[in-house]
Design a protein around this ligand. Structure first.
Ligand code: ZN
Length: 92
């Protein structure tokens, strides 16, 4: 025998923590002439990957950037993926 037919549903409060994190990796160390200060100095070739995170776990890459930074004056230069690959292969 059924008594009552209502199914009681509860909406529980749930917390979802999400965001973005960026990890920077140095691919190579290049010796270049800086376009701003004109000094021949070391320029680390960076790869920065930004990922969507869920509960602080990086899951999906959403953006990848490449660039170099002058160690003398600190100026950064953005590069395309093709330019970064070409510079990386020049180093060896
Ligand atoms: Zn410089």
């Amino acid at each position: 025998m059924l008594v009552g037919g209502a199914i009681r549903r509860e909406w529980r409060r749930q917390v979802v923590i999400f965001g973005f994190s960026t990890k920077v990796v140095v691919l190579a160390m290049l010796t270049l002439v800086c376009p701003r200060c004109g000094n021949q100095s070391a320029h680390p070739l960076h790869k920065a990957v930004t990922r969507f995170t869920l509960f602080f776990v990086p899951l999906i890459p959403v953006k990848t950037r490449y660039g170099t930074q002058c160690t003398f004056c600190g100026v950064t230069n953005r590069l395309s993926a093709d330019e970064a690959a070409r510079l990386r292969h020049q180093v060896g």
